[in-house]
Design a protein around this ligand. Structure first.
Ligand code: DWN
Length: 411
């Protein structure tokens, strides 16, 4: 793997202002989706993971930008379809888009389409995926979804218009928060979008992150931690409106934002409702973040206490799910394979590799058919209900799950 490169920004990604204050410092971390084998360990690099608040437009963001070519490379580890509840979420999302916006023959373009998890449910329309990671794009093509291996930008928008025409719906789910030059994305969306078209994107929601202490959703892929207020300012700069916003449960709590060309869609009350909710929760006020570092440190202290106590008592602790966020949590706590013997995961690509930074082996969940660990650290806590039900048998055999977020509890 090529050496990583990182740039250190000094201005806000949305308003371009310099008035930024650090609100969370998590230390130096390796990119969380770069699972690796023993031979790659020597070349692994870490970068600062610090979160900043813009006093002017209130965007919460990272300023240390690891190059996208090396985060979303040809051997990317994240396949959305590895999580059954997420597939169900995108099936519902597709039917929402179908009912509300789509007519026969419309073009739907998905930016950051991963393995076709959304477009697979819209194949009766013209669909086009855009996915920079070759291996993940291949999985989409195997589902019969036309997919361009590329990063989206305004020149690609022109190319797509020439070959496919303008898009009625453009989506960008768990990708719009990953992009440094968001202006370029919106320029491209504005070019590609039909005049009555809709740009719909999902991103984890800052309100959930703060209220449920989801510090582990901070990692180098996530450059922005959106709230509605700065997004309105961003789209206004491009003569676009945000006309509807829906809270979603995915990834610990997300927002689905609907935007269109100025005046093309009537503005729903949901926009003002969420703006008010954010104001009431203090998301536009720097003071709200003052205590966050301490809250995160106390979650770490509790996790260290539980896991290290089990270790001194000779009890076996494992991890369940090897999500990107799990690697922020493991590395922030400084856990290694001496603390967490192994981690199970349903993603074939991750099985047999080591987690970045903590270097814990990832194995198939099948091991739990025969092994009964004492404690299971639920790193994929955002699927807690689904997983606790699925793993009822290992719990009957005496295993207990450590749920780390929003507070450490053992169930
Ligand atoms: O931005 C991103 C977020 C939104 O999605 C991407 N960087 C990658 C990804 O982050 P993540 O890896 O934290 O997402 P998930 O969907 O929470 O990852 C869950 C992991 O757990 C997957 O590797 C699959 C695995 N899993 C499992 O082993 N057993 C999931 C389920 C539901 C299970 O039962």
């Amino acid at each position: 793997m090529e050496h990583m490169s990182v740039i250190h920004k000094t201005t806000c990604r949305i308003c371009k202002g310099p008035d930024l204050v650090k609100i969370l410092a998590l230390g130096d971390h390796p990119p969380v989706d770069n699972f690796l084998s023993e031979k790659d360990i020597a070349r692994e690099k870490r970068y600062p993971l610090d979160v900043f608040f813009c006093r002017a437009c209130n965007l919460v963001q990272l300023l240390d930008v690891v190059s996208p070519e090396e985060l979303f490379h040809g051997d990317y580890a994240y396949f959305s379809s590895a999580s059954e509840p997420l597939v169900r979420h995108f099936e519902q999302y597709a039917s929402d888009l179908r009912q509300r916006f789509l007519s026969d023959g419309d073009l739907v373009v998905d930016i950051g389409s991963n393995d076709g998890v959304l477009l697979q449910f819209l194949k009766d329309y013209q669909v086009l995926g855009i996915e920079p990671s070759e291996n993940v794009a291949r999985a989409a093509r195997e589902k019969g979804i036309e997919t361009l291996v590329a990063f989206f930008n305004s020149s690609l928008a022109d190319t797509i218009i020439a070959s496919h025409g303008k898009a009625k719906v453009i989506t960008a789910n768990n990708v719009f928060a990953h992009i440094d030059d968001i202006d370029e994305i919106i320029r491209g969306v504005r070019i590609l979008l039909a005049d009555d078209g809709v740009y719909a994107f999902e991103a984890h929601y800052l309100l959930d992150l703060i209220q449920k202490k989801e510090f582990d959703t901070v990692y180098h892929e996530h450059l922005c931690y959106y709230s509605v207020k700065p997004l309105i300012e961003l789209f206004r700069r491009f003569e676009m409106d945000i006309f509807d916003v829906e809270r979603q449960e995915t990834h610990g709590g997300s927002i689905r934002v609907y935007a269109g060309k100025k005046g093309a869609h009537s503005i729903e009350p949901s926009v003002q409702t969420l703006l008010q909710l954010e104001k009431d929760a203090g998301l536009h006020d720097e003071q709200t973040f003052a205590g966050f570092q301490k809250e995160v440190e106390s979650i770490r202290a509790k996790l260290l206490e539980v896991v290290r106590e089990a270790r001194t008592e000779g009890k076996k602790v494992i991890g369940y799910g090897a999500p990107a966020k799990g690697n922020t949590l493991l590395n922030y706590c400084g856990f290694t394979a001496d603390d967490i013997a192994y981690i199970t995961d349903t993603t074939p690509h991750k099985i047999g590799l080591l987690t970045p930074g903590s270097h814990i082996p990832v194995v198939s969940p099948d091991i739990l058919k025969t092994e009964t660990p004492t404690l299971i650290l639920l790193l994929a806590w955002n699927y807690k209900d689904y997983i606790l039900e699925k793993e009822a048998d290992v719990r009957k055999r005496g295993a207990r799950f450590i749920i780390p977020i929003p507070r450490v509890e053992i169930v």
